[in-house]
Ligand binder design. Structure first.
Ligand SMILES: Cc1ncc(COP(=O)(O)O)c(C=O)c1O
Length: 279
């Protein structure tokens, strides 16, 4: 696979990362994941806006986000993946400098990388639904930044896997926030609730698309918190994300959600989403 590294296109195996890279040493970097449907990146502008925001919030000096978007689109063609679904992974770190916690002084150039892979099929998960578990929030308080330091998410989702589930959903002070790599939406009496934007969740691009779809097709979706006990009584639960798209959660902590099968609100959203991305 051809990748992109610090301005150059090269074979992925040829990339060499310095041991002094702050991404490697401190997880001092940010990332984005964009899905391309049939070679066309979906919501690239929104993802790049979020990348620019993550860079601003972490004070990583990298002015070339627009160029990265162009390079990402080029990678798809260079790898001949125009006809299939693929995943673009963008990463920007604060660069290479001797190990010291404070920002490099004098400043150094950011390290940039884009990787491409073929998208794994999400059909089965979307059709049948998945299990999820609730876990206490033990990440940091800036979940709005798409930071590469993902130890909290790694540990939580591994716990889910070991319990036969697909996703771990974080609960902060009793309130449901989001999954390790997804936003969470729950259906109560036909209406959807999802955690409001702020520093406790990532402003998911897919979440934003779902809010737009809801207003177009007349489903009420409120950005309002709900508690873990309430989630257990939801008729439907959805996890949303670039990789998971719109995936129903049919088991929570081993118990069925609603009827134990994907519900009607989820199906309507999936249909509308599919028309949008593939139509
Ligand atoms: C913590 C977290 N929340 C939500 C999401 C969903 O965001 P998006 O829909 O932009 O992929 C992700 C995606 O990776 C994530 O890591």
């Amino acid at each position: 696979m051809i990748a992109y590294f610090n301005g150059n296109f090269l074979r992925k195996e040829e990339i060499s990362i310095s041991p002094d890279d702050r991404g490697f040493l401190f997880s001092d970097g940010v990332y984005e994941v964009v899905r391309a449907y049939g070679g066309k990146p979906f919501r690239m502008a929104e993802h790049m806006d979020r990348l620019a925001r993550s860079l601003r919030e972490t004070r990583i000096d990298f002015p070339g986000v627009a160029e990265l978007a162009v390079a990402g689109a080029k990678l798809i063609a260079r790898n001949g993946l125009e006809a299939v679904d693929s995943i673009l992974y963008f990463q920007v770190t604060r660069g290479v400098a001797p190990r010291k916690h404070t920002f490099p002084d004098p400043p150094v150039s950011a390290t940039t990388m884009i990787l491409l892979s073929q998208a794994p099929s999400s059909v089965e998960m979307r059709e049948k639904g998945v299990g999820a578990i609730l876990v206490p929030e033990f990440r940091w308080s800036r979940c709005d930044i798409k930071a590469i330091g993902l130890m909290g998410s790694v540990l939580a989702v591994q716990q889910a896997k070991e319990k036969g589930a697909e996703e771990a959903i974080f609960v902060r002070d009793g309130v449901v926030t989001e999954g390790t790599h997804t936003n969470v939406l729950a259906v109560f009496n036909g209406h959807i609730l999802t955690h409001p934007l702020g520093n406790f969740i990532l402003p998911g691009v897919t979440r934003g698309v779902i809010l737009d779809i809801c207003s177009k097709i007349g489903i009420t979706c409120k950005e309002q918190t709900f508690r873990a006990e309430e989630l257990k009584r939801a008729s439907e639960i959805i996890i949303s994300g670039t990789n998971k798209e719109i995936t129903p959660v049919v088991r929570l902590d081993g118990r069925p959600v609603g009827t134990g099968a994907p519900g009607p609100v989820t199906r309507r959203l999936q249909e509308a989403y599919s028309e949008l991305v593939r139509g």
